[in-house]
Design a protein around this ligand. Structure first.
Ligand SMILES: C[S@@+](CC[C@H](N)C(=O)[O-])C[C@H]1O[C@@H](n2cnc3c(N)ncnc32)[C@H](O)[C@@H]1O
Length: 245
């Protein structure tokens, strides 16, 4: 009671000063790791769970993957914001929610061999690596493939194999894949990728002509090889480009 009376006695400005002092004081005892961890917790709660992503293993991996290490130093303070960020070469790391949504839609399991088209920063590959058996990932910009490889190695991720090349061709030597994810948008799903998907497998991709809105599409390949497609929602991805010969 006495404390309440004294606190009240400080007046509004006095109370605010005390609050700011306490926040700054305790902030000094938080390490950078604690702050990143707290930001990830907020990101998962406010951006991902709040929009309906519920698979516990997806939430756990988004919580434990240090997204700030996958973006350029200048972008690190924004790494946990609710948006895509530039990673150089005119490319982006996708918004955290979209990474979580595509991962959930892909339904990865530890038995699965996964193909990703569009390594970019390597963040989506790191998330999938934690939830599947092995990830093969192709990036058309060689410099991005190299820097993604460096970050994945630094984090001790061993079950990702990177290749610099054109994702339109897929990775025939490693096919068939249980899961295929495209993180750049083709006008239509490349036939090489459909043929490299195992019967019973699933592919998730943004598909469409427009540079501003594509359809996030799920493709199921039936046991008899038939293809079933459905659109989930409009999304905006960078286009899947063709390698110049
Ligand atoms: C939205 S970014 C990928 C985000 C990435 N998955 C991440 O976690 O940072 C799309 C990437 O696809 C790459 N890309 C575009 N066309 C491609 C192609 N034909 N083959 C492989 N990669 C391609 C781009 O260079 C870019 O890095």
């Amino acid at each position: 009671m006495a404390l309440v009376a004294r606190t009240n006695g400080l007046g509004y400005h006095g109370r605010m000063k005390r609050l700011i002092f306490l926040a700054a004081f305790f902030g000094l005892f938080l390490t950078a790791d604690d702050r990143d961890e707290a930001e990830r917790e907020r990101m998962v709660h406010d951006q991902i769970e709040a929009r309906g992503i519920a698979r516990p293993d997806v939430l756990r991996v988004l919580h434990s993957t240090p997204r700030h290490l996958f973006v350029p130093t200048l972008q690190q303070a924004q790494a946990y914001q609710d948006r895509a960020l530039p990673i150089g070469f005119g490319q982006t790391i996708s918004q955290p929610y979209i990474v979580a949504l595509m991962t959930e839609l892909l339904e990865p399991s530890k038995r699965h061999k996964v193909l990703e088209i569009g390594t970019g920063s390597g963040y989506q590959a790191a998330v999938l690596a934690a939830l599947s058996g092995h990830v093969f990932t192709i990036e058309i910009v060689p410099e991005l493939s190299v820097s993604a490889g460096v970050v994945l190695k630094r984090l001790g991720v061993r079950n990702v194999t990177l290749r610099s090349g054109d994702g339109y061709e897929g990775w025939p030597e490693e096919a068939p894949f249980d899961r295929i994810i495209l993180t750049a948008a083709p006008r239509k799903i490349p036939s090489a990728l459909l043929s490299q998907l195992r019967p019973g497998g699933k592919l998730v991709a943004p598909v469409g002509n427009s540079a501003f809105a594509q359809d996030l599409t799920i493709v199921d390949k039936m046991a008899d090889g038939r293809i079933k497609k459905r659109s989930v929602m409009p999304v905006t991805f960078v286009p899947m480009v063709r390698k110049k010969h």
